[in-house]
Design a protein around this ligand. Structure first.
Ligand code: NAD
Length: 290
């Protein structure tokens, strides 16, 4: 397939590289990031998208997605697919899908889970909103970039699933970090803590696959000075999306709300900006009770 790829950051670059390695012709555009080997560099988002069968976006937020959609849709042919894999608000996903469909372009919201490790290994999970016809065209690409793609429903359903997943992730990472800091103060070795919890009922993706303690468990951003990975500000973005969504539909989400407050304080007032979201561990370790 001829694929345009816009937004080749921590996630987009390895996803594009996997598509290229699988034999697809990938043309990329990013405001800052370099192209992975083998991905042709376009001079603009519009140039990367023009005449492509599928245009994939992997961008920071809904406002940027809307701006990029304005830029790329005029050059996309009817029947081609705009496949957004970013995490954005449900309204932006639906607005972009409507705008695309008005000119005969098929649109999918297909945010991912699995982090940079999953992006590099081609083992992401895609949660997808949009029409069956669009899902059928994108399915072979999901197979290359991921291990699973769930068609969740109409436009916006993928983002709804992602927002709920990441509310669980934010709260789980926060409690995993505070548990390590508590274990430190109780004199419990971090390696023993990992051995127990990773095989006990406290296990989770945050503990088992992305352990926030350096030198413990699998390689993770904790082993790289908490360089992202998944940046704390992106976690905060997703948690805020969860709270906006909860507000809109009158859902009670106290754990999500507390996690949002923690990441807000960390990013806004505690130098967490630019660090991985697992860097809450040194933050808790350095603090006493409020
Ligand atoms: P990132 O900041 O590393 O990458 C985003 C890229 O978009 C950057 O390289 C940036 O230069 C580029 N960009 C911004 N505006 C642009 C524009 N107008 N035109 C072209 N390029 C533009 O972020 P990331 O970690 O790759 O995350 C991307 C998306 O994936 C986010 O929505 C995030 O929430 C989601 N996500 C990230 C992870 C993770 O672990 N990093 C996991 C799941 C989902």
């Amino acid at each position: 397939m001829k694929i345009g790829f816009i937004g080749l950051g921590n996630m987009g670059a390895p996803m594009a590289a996997n598509l290229m390695k699988a034999g697809h012709a990938v043309t990329g555009f990013d405001l800052v990031a370099d192209m992975p080997d083998g991905v042709a560099k376009a001079e603009s988002a519009a140039a990367a998208a023009e005449g492509q069968e599928v245009v994939i976006t992997m961008l920071p937020n809904g406002a940027i997605l809307r701006a990029v959609a304005d830029e790329v849709l005029p050059g996309m042919a009817a029947g081609s697919v705009l496949l957004d894999c970013s995490t954005v608000d449900v309204d932006s996903a639906r607005a972009v899908a409507e705008q695309a469909e008005a000119k005969g372009v098929l649109a999918l919201d297909a945010p991912v889970s699995g982090g940079i490790g999953g992006a590099a290994a081609g083992t992401l999970t895609f949660m997808v909103g949009g029409k069956d016809a669009a899902f059928a065209i994108a399915a072979p690409l999901f197979d290359i970039m991921g291990q699973k793609a769930v068609h969740c429903g109409a436009s916006g359903a993928g983002q709804a699933a992602k927002i709920c997943n990441n509310m669980i992730l934010g709260a789980t990472m926060a409690v995993t970090c505070e548990a390590f800091a508590l274990a430190d103060k109780l004199g419990l070795d971090r390696g023993k803590m990992f051995d127990v919890v990773s095989t006990s009922s406290g296990y989770s993706w945050s503990m088992n696959a992305y352990c926030p303690a350096p030198g413990v468990g699998p390689q993770s951003p904790a082993d790289n000075d908490y360089k992202p990975g998944f940046a704390a500000e992106l976690m905060l973005k997703d948690l805020r999306l969860s709270q906006q969504a909860a507000e809109a539909v009158d859902a009670d989400t106290p754990m999500g709300q507390r996690a949002t407050e923690l990441y807000d304080a960390f990013v806004t007032h505690e130098n967490g900006q630019g660090l991985d979201f697992s860097a809450l561990l040194p933050r808790f370790a350095a603090k006493g009770r409020d």
